[in-house]
Every structure is written in C-alpha cells, then in structure tokens.
Design a protein around this ligand. Structure first.
Ligand code: SF4
Length: 323
C-alpha cells in the first residue's frame, strides 16, 4: 500500500478544513481500505471520521428522520422508527453484506461505495472508471452482474448499494458540508450516470463531506418492501433488487414508490413505472405493464439480458405482496 498521512480531527470543522483532492475520509473503511490496498484508491491523507458526532438518528419536524453519516448500517436497520415508518430501508440494509460488515459500514460510506465490477478491481484489464480513457473490458466480457439501465459506451457497471435503492424510493436528501457551507442534494441527483466520465460517480465536490441523510415523511412507506434476487442467499450483490411502497384504495393504486437495484448504473428511481401505476388497478397485469414501461429502454448484452425478465418478475411479485 502506498504510504499516506493519517489525521484524526476533533470535530467536523477540523475535518472539513483538512479536505482536498488528495484526501479521503474514513468511516467504516469496509470498501475504501480494500481499494487502497489494491492501489485503486490513492490518498495522500486519510481523515478518520470515527468518533465525530454524526452517529445519531434524529426526528425532523413534520415526521421525517435525519440519519447521521456515521450511523452504522446495523444500527440504522435496527432503529425502531426506521423499521416502523420506512421498513423498506431497514430490509434493504439487512440485505446487504454480512453482519460483521454492517457493524462497521456507515451510511455515508454506503452512499459512496465503488462498483464491484470485476474489471474495475483487476488492474490487468482496461477500465474507464479506474483509468479514464483506457477502455472498458466489460463491454465484450462477462456481464452477468452488469447494468442494463443508465449505461453508456464508456461504462456498464451496476451500482452496488442496497441501501441507496431504498433511499431513492423514499425521496431522501443528502446533506453535505464544506468550509464553504452546507447544501442538500436530492438522492436522485447525488449519483451520476456514467456518460463519458464514469470516474465521476457523485455530485460531491472534493472538499465536501456527507454529514447526513434526511428522510421526508412518507405515509406510503409504512407499506413498503425490499426484495433482492442474488446468486446465493447472503453476502452477494443484487442481480435485481426492488424497493417498493404502495397504497391501494378500493382496488386502485393511490400512491406508489419504486426503485431498482442491480440493473442500473445508479440507484434507479422507476418514475415511468410509478406513472403507469398511480390511478390504475392494483392487478398483476397492471404491475406487469408498469414494469415493462420502466424496462423498455434497457440495453442488454448476452450475459445480462436475463435481467429484464427477472426485473419484471421481481417488480410484479413485490407489488403483488404489497397490494
Ligand atoms: Fe470499468 Fe465500468 Fe467497464 Fe467495469 S463497466 S470495466 S467499471 S468502465
């Protein structure tokens, strides 16, 4: 591993003053440390955030929740308010990684985790995300885990997070701070499509720190579910995942939230499917039409074409259960 300086700030302001292009913030370290060992992430300075007062889940006026960036994934999943008001979020977090990793991993780190594309990790292969302009060996390679939505000719890597899929469905907002001030970024705008610059994955500037995630009140989320399909029962990334919330009155869908994971280059809010669902009948046929509308723009390759049918089936099954 390349040598680096280690800094342990006493408060958030000191951490912000240390920020910069060659600086990485350390939360749980469950992704960053692996990447630094492999020489894929390179930092001159590591700013250790552990111990800073960003590890609480607080009530927001009006019924939402504010989740500190250093809240551990296991604590978030166990929070009784999250479980009661946003069960899809608790289920999504519990669907990710292993208990040991969830005990270490933080909410802020989960937002910023890098892709698990095998070519990104293997430096013998070309990867535009790791080395901009070098090419993408996944395009003609093994694509079982790769995305079919939001892809470009530069990158087809799927976003790896489960938690972020639930946050997308819940209209979460990411609070970020720097010495320049505080701003709030809707989760839908926080992660970026790869386009021609797959190395730029988020709207976060070099000097900004994620300090919290805010959940607005969402009564529909009380009836919500996260369903993850993967190659083995635990500790595997999603082939397809669905975060859904549904409200049905007299057989008609009155509110719907839907987001997809495993199939897209960023946590994928399924706006088109929601448009089809709301105001329509809560039937399996209508759920299928909504899924097809969302998946119509999919760009598939031989290795991942199965994801379109799998996503349709998973969306229908999840909505049927909620209805
Ligand atoms: Fe790299 Fe993206 Fe291609 Fe994977 S899909 S090799 S991350 S450019």
């Amino acid at each position: 591993m390349k040598p680096f300086a280690y800094v342990k700030p006493l408060d958030v302001d000191e951490a912000l003053r240390a920020a910069g292009p060659a600086v990485k913030f350390l939360g749980g370290g469950t992704n960053l440390v692996d990447l630094m060992r492999e020489g894929i992430e390179r930092a001159e300075t590591l700013v250790d955030l552990t111990g800073l007062p960003l590890d609480e889940v607080d009530e927001l006026p009006g019924g939402g929740l504010r989740i500190g960036a250093l809240v551990r994934n296991s604590a978030l999943a166990a929070d009784r308010r999250v479980r009661a008001r946003y069960p899809v979020l608790s289920q999504a977090v519990l669907a990710g990684a292993s208990p040991q990793l969830r005990n270490m991993a933080t909410v802020g780190g989960n937002l910023l985790q890098r892709t698990r594309c095998r070519y990104f990790y293997d430096q013998a292969h070309a990867c535009n995300k790791r080395e901009p302009g070098s090419g993408c060996d996944a395009l003609g390679g093994f694509t079982r885990g790769h995305a079919v939505l939001g892809v470009s000719e530069s990158c087809i890597a799927a976003h790896p997070s489960d938690m972020c899929v639930a946050l997308a469905a819940l209209d979460a907002t990411v609070e970020v701070r720097s010495v320049r001030g505080t701003r709030r970024i809707p989760l839908a705008d926080f992660h970026l499509l790869p386009g021609d610059t797959p190395q730029v994955e988020t709207a976060l500037a070099d000097d900004e720190l994620v300090t919290a995630v805010e959940l607005p009140p969402a009564p529909v989320a009380a009836n919500s579910r996260y369903r993850k399909v993967r190659d083995r029962a635990s500790y595997a990334f999603a082939l397809v995942s669905v975060a859904a919330a549904l409200e049905v009155r007299d057989g008609t869908v009155t509110a719907a939230r839907l987001a997809l994971g495993g199939v897209a280059t960023k946590p994928w809010r399924a706006y088109e499917a929601e448009r089809v669902l709301v105001g329509g009948p809560a039937t399996e046929e209508a759920f299928g039409r909504a899924a097809e509308a969302e998946l119509a723009p999919a760009t598939v390759r031989p290795g991942n074409a199965f994801k379109v049918d799998l996503a349709r089936a998973t969306i229908v099954a999840t909505l049927r259960e909620l209805a």
